[in-house]
Design a protein around this ligand. Structure first.
Ligand code: SR1
Ligand code: MG
Length: 411
């Protein structure tokens, strides 16, 4: 066993895996193991380890680095986030095992988590970039959101457990990343912003829009103060693994007690980033329309599934005197409007801020990239500004689908 923290390598992770008693059911003593580092996220090392003789005997070992991988050692980050992630996976696994990877162990010295290798699934963002639809995704993610959010809220937990859980999931440094990268930096001149110069007129106009910045400030306040449920905290399509039959939500290291709409909005915002990217990614009009129809149907269906499941989990034990129908309807309406506001912030940060997404930043031609980015911003701005007018999910989709890119700008 390792007694002090050290970053693993594809070589040392094999020796590490051999020493973990929890893996005795997967690997045989002395057999040949192989590994590769596959982490393409912004923060961690991710190793796949497998038995050379039988690659299906495999797991993922994820190790937290003490700094932000995307930026380098100058940006320090607590490795405690690995503990948060392992504990959040445990909660999600209890509430929604069918969409949560299995955890084999958590090592608080090496800040490593051993978990199921989802080797028959791909990162959803990659599939969406290629125009692949996932017919069960809306049902799966709607169930995941409702069970994990309602199931960790005051609607289900007793008064004491809820407060103890809030304390267990205090995650200040990771929340600060979100406060800065999602709610602060994109809306002002900031050295970490990373948009390209073609987009500058639109970004400067957005940053000069006082009314928009006021709405973003409201969403930031909600993010910082509303301990509604244990949220995943980073539920973009890069944190979701899919195939045609199954969906898994991975990577809850940003988990904390926050507003439910942040998770729902993350999913919706990322589906609309894909929608915007196919403005240029899919040249054939019919194919583009069909894929966009899949994306918007998914937004509508996931919300409907969420409401259906929330009725079962969140409202099942609601006292009709304390929580009359009008209160419950108002609660769900606030969630819908919050989701629109957070979706918008998540879209704007991915276009303007430090950590972009491949859907848009991966578009090679800079003019095409500007068209997709311009559309993403044009969807986001009315989503946040008009969110108070939303009464149903169709209204949210109607706002998004009515937008066009501004780029190329009239000269
Ligand atoms: C510095 S970390 C950048 C981003 O990566 C994570 O996935 C979160 O989205 C975070 O904001
Ligand atoms: Mg992540």
């Amino acid at each position: 066993m390792y007694e002090t923290y050290q970053p693993l390598t594809p070589e040392t992770v094999i020796d590490y895996a051999r020493q973990r008693p929890e893996l005795a059911d997967i690997f045989r003593p002395g057999e040949a193991l192989e590994s590769v580092e596959v982490g393409d996220g912004n923060l961690n090392l991710v190793f796949k380890v497998w038995a050379a003789a039988e690659p299906d005997r495999t797991l993922v070992i994820k190790q937290a680095l003490p700094y932000v991988r995307l930026v380098g050692e100058s940006w320090r980050l607590p490795t405690d986030r690995a503990r948060i992630e392992a504990q959040a996976l445990e909660v999600e696994s209890r509430l929604c095992p069918q969409h949560t990877p299995k955890v084999y162990f958590f090592d608080p010295v090496m800040f490593c988590t051993g978990m199921q290798n989802l080797n028959r699934h791909i990162i959803m963002r990659k599939g969406l970039i290629d125009g692949i639809s996932y017919p069960h995704f809306a049902e799966h993610i709607g169930v995941f959101l409702a069970r994990t959010l309602a199931g960790t809220s005051d609607l289900v937990l007793d008064y004491r457990t809820k407060k103890e859980e809030v304390a267990r999931f205090i995650n200040p440094e990771l929340c600060k990343i979100t406060e800065d990268l999602v709610f602060t930096e994109p809306y002002r001149a900031h050295e970490r912003n990373l948009y390209h110069k073609e987009l500058e007129p639109q970004v400067l106009a957005l940053q000069a829009d006082d009314a928009l910045r006021a709405e973003v400030a409201v969403m930031k306040e909600k993010f910082m103060t509303e301990a509604q449920a244990l949220i995943h905290g980073d539920l973009h399509t890069g944190s979701i693994m899919v195939n045609q039959e199954e969906t898994y939500c991975i990577d809850p290291e940003f988990a904390f007690y926050g507003p439910m709409g942040f998770d729902i909005g993350a999913v919706i915002g990322n589906l609309f980033l894909s929608y915007a990217s196919h403005e240029v990614r899919t040249k054939d009009e019919q194919k583009r329309a069909a894929f966009r129809c899949y994306l918007t149907d998914t937004v509508i269906a996931l919300w409907q599934v969420f409401v259906r499941e929330f009725e079962q989990v969140g409202w099942a034990h609601a006292d009709p005197i304390d929580m009359p129908r009008a209160y419950r309807d108002g609660y769900m309406l606030r969630l819908l409007q919050d989701s629109a506001g957070f979706a918008a912030c998540k879209m704007m940060r991915r276009v303007i801020g430090l950590a972009g997404v491949a859907d848009i930043r991966g578009i090679e031609d800079v003019h095409e990239r500007a068209i997709a980015a311009s559309l993403a911003l044009n969807i986001a701005v009315p989503l946040i500004k008009q969110r108070a007018s939303l009464t149903q999910i169709d209204d949210l989709v109607a706002i998004a689908t009515a937008q066009r890119p501004t780029y190329p700008y009239p000269s």
